[in-house]
Unconditional design. Sequence first.
Length: 253
Amino acid sequence: MGAGHAHRLYRHGHSPVHALPPHTKLTAAFLFVMVVVSTPREATWAFAVYAVLLAYVAYVVRVPALFLLKRLLIEGPFVAFAVLMPFVAEGERVHVLGLSLSVNGLWGAWNVLAKGTLGVAVSVLLAATTELRALLLGLQRLRLPPLLVQISSFMIRYGDVITDEMRRMRIARESRGFEAKGVRHWGVLAKSAGALFIRSYERGERVHLAMVSRGYAGAMPVIDEVTASPAQWRLALALPSTALVVCLLGWIL
């Protein structure tokens, strides 16, 4: 997998969650999302309990509330979609502040917002407590197809390389007095994007030839084999297990 690779979402810490093996955290996050999605939308109190559970996890791992809220902005498109649902959905309608809103649309908007927000929040907490390299090792441990793990590894490894190349090209343009101010400058930006693609492709070819010359035959060697003790599994599964109890109560009550 190569050397460790930091990312902006990761926050170094020494909490019990940070110390968990990555595949246990991936499993716990996946199961938690599945439980949240399975919760009936009418059980509004259940989603409040889920939010409290995630807030407790955030407190344990020392993730500031502002850090978490900023990362939740990524669900903006889903919020926009949810806002439109009460206006375009059919069925029984209610009037709120002079607006005619669909009851089914309101429930649908609530369903999208609640479940989407909780899903993004648990993903942010997972990324904040697990390094990228550890995530790849966890996916490898969970028997994700090796080709997908390799593609993810290369994407992470060379993402910063491409970003640096873009930064150098931007500095070169600005040093020559270029400043994008309107549509008439789109041609220059398009040419820069084309040049970046060609450079990236050529770099990828060189990297592939270098790997083949060193014995690469389509599979990366497994450098680390992560394992988890029963106690670590119990700690990791505490969150989805608690959420499952809440979900069952939501269906019963």
